[in-house]
Write a new protein. Structure first.
Lengths: 113, 874
């Protein structure tokens, strides 16, 4: 997904994807990009220009916390970890997203059928 | 305080971010290199994929920024740079605003100290004053008598406690020189009313009100200075007025009552007033009460009115004229009278600040024109109109906050200069200082000012196309601010005229006050007081003492006359007694009343008051002879209008002799001596011969042939030789009494006049600025006119005409304001009508002349423009 396409996506989608990725494991920025790309079967590509501001926003909101560490490949990385508040936020966002999706689906379905 | 932590850790955040992004890039490059790309290509590709690194970093950082505030600081920084670039503008505007804010801060700190600060006791808003409402003449608040006070205390159920108090003088003897102390005679529960516990010992007990009890609570100050803070003072006896008093307590430090400014040295119980405690007609008490929880002032008022009305049934003769009460917050009672003049002063300084604001707004408008290119440039590179306005407001705020600092300093200076003028004419005024509340006021005012002065420039910014000036060769004189600036000047002139009219009225009134006939000759007249203790000086010995004192004083080399009197003129101290006129007897509650005085026969000669009719008092008017009175002209005019008064007899109401009241014959009329320096009318007064009353006069007047204060030491010596234990106090010249008496109006008038002068100056500067600026802008036009043959006089007239148009407009608006506002000062005027046309004309003339001078200077410059130079100037 390109930058402008991403803008078309509803606000909070990027955060939701980051939080969801961090739910399973601690990741650093580069790995996050790769993770989202991989799990979306290359459908979504996170722009670094959006990723880092988003991470800072989430740090500030207390949804994630960051820690410097050394990766398996011996590289210094800043690992992000989901906090309890972040997990709660993710749950709320996912359920509201699902409701929205359901709504959209219902609106669209008569046309399809 | 999370944001502080954020500010502090900002640097760390920035480092982390920078490193993190670098690592991200490195990792992408490694990956690409591992995929077979050359390192250079990989670096380029990674960067391309990442996008704008700086922007990403900025946007990430933005998350942590406190944006509005940081923009503000950037703007402030910029504003300061702008101010540094034009120091003249900066200095002029800071100075102008500092004067405006300073004057406001100073007056507000006085208002704060005098009116706003609560009384210095716990739960001060539950304290009320209780007075009688005297319906003889215009209903007015009146003091209570002891019997009425006792009735109020017993019959009310709205007060937790109600305490009586009155001032007294006591001489302390025993160790060292005798000293005269200021005391208060109070009912036992005063400290309970004030919810104040003595620092040492206890307050009074109920039984200590009984006749014969002599107990005292010392002030903290007296205890520490006179008794060295002796912790064992409680229980000891001290000698006051030649009697032994037991010290039962010491008040806490800083405690003062009832005075708000002067210090009271000690408190004793009303046992001292045992003789007057049964006289229902002797009204000399104040009362302070604490409301019971849940009781409002209004409820207390209603209740006390009922109590007072019930008393009329029982004591119709004495209480019929006081069938209701005044119950009001104690603070109101103490400072209520000062509210109006101070609010007027506050209004005056408010107007000054507005005038100052108009000047600054005008300057800013002029600068806007000069800075048109700068604004255009900023607009061109993307600043929105909102952002530009914010920049303008920030610049003004920077200016006004700098001025605020200078203003607070100005205020402190102003207070230091002005407070001594007020002396103790206003309660608590000497406690005026710049405290937290004043600072907040001052800063709020500065912020308001900053916003106010940006309004005109912002309006202008909104009106003109900011990009226009950028166009090559665009002339910078496409100035549309002239109208706005002219409006500001008109407003200034109007405000200035209002202030000037007020000042003219006050000054005229003050001159009236000072120039009034006092009814006596105050030059070279010394007064002092002493207090013969009743215990050692029964009536006969008192008269004897005064006779000998006067004799010895008169034998002093520089003394030409001496007399005793009570009360002294110009002190405002009053004793009022009602009387019955022999020819027209009335029931007690309808009797007229008037001030009275007790004097020795030589009094009128000593103070220089002429006898107008009949005879003066003589040495022969003593207890053995028929009782006589001398009255003043105002008394004769008021109570015997158009009638022959000498030979008439009246019967003063209070029982002045053991044998009850007596008819007294009026034997003479003297000129009206001014007893209260500020009363607007001559006060009626009747004089008793001191030998015909059982009690007399603690004050002495001495007429000297040389400087009166030079004899102070010799008269002290005289008194000391007669009774070494007798302190004399309040040694003052009559001129000094007058000066003290008129301190209030003098303070008000001086301040108001200074403020009006300041307003005039600011207005003149404002007008000058506008005219000078318009002349400068029209240099070319003037040059053309002169080149085409216009005479210099024509040009001069043209410029002056514009100025005078503004002045006339301003005066018109100002006069409307003055006529509307004059009522505000009406109550403060002595012998001047608030719409006195001559004074209004005077004020208008001053404004016009000042304006003419301010406009003439630039007009002359316009007239002397060299046409050739003017045409070449662009």
């Amino acid at each position: 997904m390109t930058a402008h396409k991403q803008k078309d996506l509803f606000p909070g989608a990027l955060e939701m994807m980051i939080l969801q990725s961090l739910k399973q494991q601690r990741l650093h920025g580069y790995a996050l990009v790769q993770h989202i790309k991989r799990t979306s079967n290359d459908l979504l590509r996170v722009e670094e220009g959006s990723l880092y501001p988003a991470l800072q926003r989430m740090l500030k909101a207390g949804w994630v916390k960051a820690q410097w560490s050394v990766s398996a490949s011996g590289r210094r990385v800043r690992l992000y970890e989901l906090t309890a508040a972040g997990a709660r936020h993710l749950d709320r966002e996912v359920s509201s997203f699902e409701r929205m999706l359901e709504g959209i689906r219902l609106v669209l379905s008569p046309v399809k059928s | 305080m999370n944001w502080i932590k954020q500010l502090l850790s900002r640097r760390q955040l920035d480092r982390d971010l920078r490193e993190e992004i670098q690592e991200h890039l490195d990792e992408s490059i490694e990956e690409l290199v591992a995929g077979g790309m050359s390192r250079d290509d990989a670096t380029r590709a990674a960067r391309r994929a990442f996008g704008n690194i700086t922007r990403t970093r900025d946007r990430s950082r933005d998350v942590w920024r406190w944006r509005a505030v940081e923009d503000f600081f950037v703007d402030v920084h910029f504003a300061l740079r702008q101010l540094r670039k034009s120091p003249t503008f900066a200095l002029a505007s800071v100075l102008t605003l500092a004067l405006g804010i300073g004057a406001n801060t100073a007056i507000f700190s006085v208002v704060n100290a005098v009116i706003l600060r609560p009384l210095p006791y716990p739960d001060p808003d539950r304290l009320v004053s209780v007075q009688s409402r005297d319906t003889r003449g215009t209903p007015h608040p009146a003091a209570l008598s002891y019997p009425t006070f006792f009735d109020f205390r017993r019959d009310n159920d709205v007060f937790e406690h109600i305490a009586s108090f009155r001032d007294t003088q006591l001489s302390l003897t025993g160790s060292g020189r005798p000293v005269r102390l200021r005391g208060a005679i109070v009912s036992w529960d005063l400290f309970a009313v004030l919810k104040t516990a003595p620092a040492l010992g206890r307050g009074f007990l109920p039984h200590e009100e009984e006749a014969g009890a002599r107990v005292v609570v010392l002030s903290h100050g007296l205890w520490s200075t006179r008794y060295g803070g002796d912790p064992d003072i409680v229980g000891r006896a001290i000698t006051l007025n030649r009697e032994a008093y037991t010290v039962v307590g010491v008040a806490p430090a800083g405690f003062n009552f009832p005075a708000l400014s002067d210090t009271v040295d000690l408190w004793t119980t009303l046992a001292l007033d045992a003789t007057s405690a049964t006289q229902r007609g002797s009204r000399m008490l104040n009362a302070i009460a604490r409301l019971r929880p849940g009781v409002t002032v209004e409820q207390a008022q209603t209740h006390m009115d009922a109590v007072a009305a019930a008393l009329v049934e029982r004591y119709p003769d004495q209480n019929k004229s006081i069938a209701s009460t005044y119950v009001r917050p104690m603070l109101d009672r103490l400072v209520g009278d000062t509210r109006e003049p101070f609010l007027v002063l506050l209004g005056a300084v408010g107007l000054i600040l507005l005038i100052a604001c108009a000047n600054i707004a005008s300057l800013l408008l002029a600068r806007m024109t000069e800075r048109a290119r700068e604004f255009a440039l900023r607009a061109a590179i993307g600043a929105g109109q909102g952002r530009l306005v914010r920049q303008l407001v920030t610049e003004s705020l920077t200016l006004s906050l700098i001025a605020c600092t200078a203003g607070v300093l100005t205020a402190i200076g102003l207070l230091r200069w002005a407070l001594p003028l007020a002396g103790d004419s206003v309660p608590r005024i000497l406690q005026s200082n710049v405290d937290g509340r004043v600072l907040i006021f001052s800063i709020a005012l500065a912020v308001l000012t900053g916003i106010l002065v940006s309004v005109a420039p912002a309006l202008r910014l909104a009106r003109v196309d900011v990009v226009d000036p950028l166009k090559a060769g665009a002339r910078t004189s496409t100035d549309t601010s002239g109208g706005l600036r002219s409006t500001l000047v008109v407003a200034q002139i109007a405000l200035c005229l209002v202030l000037l009219c007020g000042a003219t009225l006050l000054v005229a009134s003050f001159l009236n006050l000072v120039g009034r006939d006092l009814g006596f000759q105050p030059e070279r007249l010394l007064t002092f007081s002493l207090n013969l203790p009743g215990a050692e000086y029964p009536a006969a010995r008192q008269h004897d003492f005064y006779d000998r004192l006067l004799e010895r004083l008169q034998s002093l080399p520089d003394v030409t006359a001496a007399a005793v009197a009570r009360p002294l003129p110009l002190t405002g101290s009053q004793m009022t007694i009602s009387f019955n006129i022999e020819q027209r007897p009335t029931p007690p509650w309808e009797r007229p009343s008037s001030n009275m005085a007790i004097v020795s026969p030589g009094y009128f000669k000593a103070i220089g008051t002429p006898l107008l009719e009949g005879r003066a008092l003589t040495e022969q008017d003593d207890a053995a002879r028929p009782p006589v009175l001398v009255v003043n002209r105002a008394f004769a005019d008021k109570f015997f209008p158009g009638d022959e008064i000498v030979g008439k007899r009246i019967e003063p109401g209070a029982s002045l002799n053991e044998g009850g009241t007596t008819m007294r014959e009026i034997v003479g009329i003297v000129d009206s001596v001014r007893q209260s320096p500020l009363s607007s009318e001559e006060e009626p007064i009747y004089y008793f011969a001191y030998r015909q009353l059982p009690w007399c006069c603690p004050s002495v007047v001495v007429r000297t042939s040389a400087s009166p204060l030079a004899i102070e030491s010799s008269l002290r010596a005289v008194v000391e030789s007669m009774d070494a234990q007798l302190p004399i106090y309040d040694v003052r010249t009559a001129e000094d009494l007058l000066s003290t008496g008129i301190a209030g109006p003098r303070f008000l008038t001086t301040l108001f006049a200074s403020f009006a002068a300041l307003a005039l100056l600011l207005t003149a500067v404002g007008l000058y600025g506008v005219i000078a600026y318009s002349v400068a802008r029209r240099t070319r036009e003037m040059g053309v006119r002169i080149a085409l043959g216009a005479s210099r006089a024509t040009v001069l007239a043209m410029v002056l005409k514009k100025a005078m148009f503004l002045v006339v407009m301003g005066i018109g608006v100002g006069l409307v304001g003055t006529l509307a506002g004059a009522q505000l000062v009406a109550k403060m005027l002595y012998g001047v009508a608030p719409h006195e046309p001559r004074l209004l004309v005077l004020a208008c003339s001053v404004v016009t002349i000042t304006a003419a001078v301010a406009a003439y200077l630039p007009a002359r410059r316009a007239a002397t423009i060299d046409p050739m130079q003017a045409l070449r100037s662009e």
